[in-house]
Design a protein around this ligand. Structure first.
Ligand code: FRU
Length: 459
């Protein structure tokens, strides 16, 4: 294997650097994924937009670079929309550095041809000038039917700005959200997204997703969300301002974006599976950066109130289950609660577990993870634990997707997820599981290379 750390069922660029997913859009039955890309190096350099397409969200075909730096600067993150006439427009941030060394960021548009092969910057770029923010980027645009306006969200440093427009060209600032809200009130908020999700009782709630540059659950960057209401101009947080909700509790899930797909039954999002704390130093050669699996987003009412619930689409699950690669597989099982119990999952033929899910016997579930390989970086190589208040009356379903060192774990009906990169010595080494005090109800797919499963150990 020449590239032991290139996942098979997650998107990676053939070569060069990649960070955030950009311009996610579904056109007919083709999924378009644009991405922050430096085709000429494996470090974050002058940003271009790479482009890839897929019909099943696991097999991707890379297309030529879509956007390149121009007189306004390099091309930072943004989105894609399709207007009612079928015209696709990309919105992105042009980033430049002033003569005295300060960042300057403005919002631009580019128009796509019908085949989404050529992208021509709008003549009147920038479409939105900078009112004086050093950080002013990552536009995400959607149609808000009740106010009959397009809404654009973008980062204004430590908060999110909401703008609206009737023609996609003239944008008016409406409100900003974030002062004294959620996590990281004094670090940079990036890549906002806003989704209206059904509440199962005929109503809906709005979920505002914000990536934060520091203090994430596993340290470094992370993604938080807020649940509330949106009237086309302003977002209202349902929870007290100090509530912090993490979209993923791993180290490697950043800048998620949902696909522009007005016909979707449930929004589908993809994130960059890395962390700014060490993204530039991970041990890959031809390429650097992978995307997460696509995730369907919905709401679930838990005993602790509303939470975002994530699930991997059936087609992606089927691709994992059909995999014949010893290091690309899915594992799913249900466990019933008992007093004081834990499950340990060790991957890649290593003895020490990579994940431990512990039930305290009271209202607490703890998920801990450890480092694997790649000892050189202090920010990467560490173990940590996350605690959840959890309702113990139902079985705990755990689902694990392993793809050559990129591991995504889901449990508690998708309200808890954890995405972590590992760089093990032997990515194809066997998996082993130990139980203490749990009963395994069902293993949805025992793996042929698993050394132990369901063997209950009392200890
Ligand atoms: C998030 C981010 C964005 C920015 C892009 C630059 O990871 O910092 O805010 O637009 O990456 O590549």
């Amino acid at each position: 294997m020449t590239e032991p750390y290139r996942p098979r069922l997650h998107f990676t660029p053939a070569s060069g650097w990649m960070n955030d997913p950009n311009g996610l859009i579904r056109i007919d039955d083709l999924w378009h994924l644009f991405f922050q890309h430096d085709p000429d190096s494996t470090k974050h350099g002058p940003m271009h937009w790479g482009h890839a397409v897929s019909r099943d969200l696991t097999t991707w075909e890379e297309r030529p670079v879509a956007l390149r730096p121009d007189r306004l600067g390099t091309c930072f993150s943004g989105c894609a929309i399709r207007n009612p006439q079928g015209k696709v427009t990309l919105f992105y941030t042009a980033h430049s550095v002033t003569a005295d060394g300060r960042d300057h960021q403005v919002q631009c548009a580019a128009h796509a041809d019908a085949a989404l092969e050529r992208f021509v910057p709008h003549k009147a770029n920038p479409i939105l000038g900078n009112p004086g923010y050093e950080v002013f980027r990552d536009p995400k645009v959607f149609w808000h039917a009740p106010t009959e306006r397009w809404v654009m969200m973008l980062t204004e440093g430590t908060k999110i700005g909401f703008y609206s427009s009737t023609d996609l060209e003239t944008w008016t600032h409406r409100t900003s959200f974030g002062e004294d809200q959620g996590h990281c009130r004094d670090c940079i908020w990036e890549c906002p997204d806003l989704l209206e999700l059904p509440d199962g009782a005929g109503g809906s709630k709005w979920v505002l997703i914000v990536s934060v540059s520091d203090g994430g659950p596993g340290s470094g960057s992370g993604t938080q969300y807020f649940i509330g209401a949106f009237d086309g101009h302003r977002f209202f947080n349902d929870n007290p301002p100090e509530t912090v909700l993490w979209l993923d509790n791993g180290r490697d899930f950043y800048a998620p974006q949902s696909f522009f797909d007005p016909d979707a039954a449930a929004p589908l999002a993809i994130a960059w599976a890395s962390n700014w704390a060490y993204a530039r130093q991970t041990p890959t050669e031809a390429f650097r950066g992978a995307m997460s699996l696509p995730r369907q987003l919905g709401l679930l009412r838990t005993e602790a109130d509303w939470r975002l619930a994530q699930s991997v689409p059936a087609e992606t699950i089927a691709a994992f289950d059909a995999s014949r690669d010893r290091n690309t597989f899915r594992l799913g099982f249900n466990q019933s609660f008992r007093q004081q119990s834990d499950i340990s999952i060790a991957l890649f033929g290593e003895k020490e577990p990579h994940f431990r899910i512990s039930w305290s016997g009271e209202r607490q579930l703890t998920l801990s993870t450890r480092r694997a390989g790649f000892d050189g970086l202090p920010d990467f190589a560490h173990a940590y634990a996350v605690d959840f208040p959890w309702e113990p009356n139902r079985p705990l379903a755990v689902e694990l997707f392993v793809d050559r060192g990129l591991v995504e774990l889901f449990c508690a009906e998708g309200t808890i997820s954890l995405t972590n990169l590992f760089f093990p010595e032997n990515p194809a080494g066997p998996l082993s599981i130990e139980h203490r005090g749990w009963s395994a109800d069902e293993a949805t797919r025992p793996q042929p290379h698993m050394t132990q499963m369901g063997g209950q150990k009392n200890g």
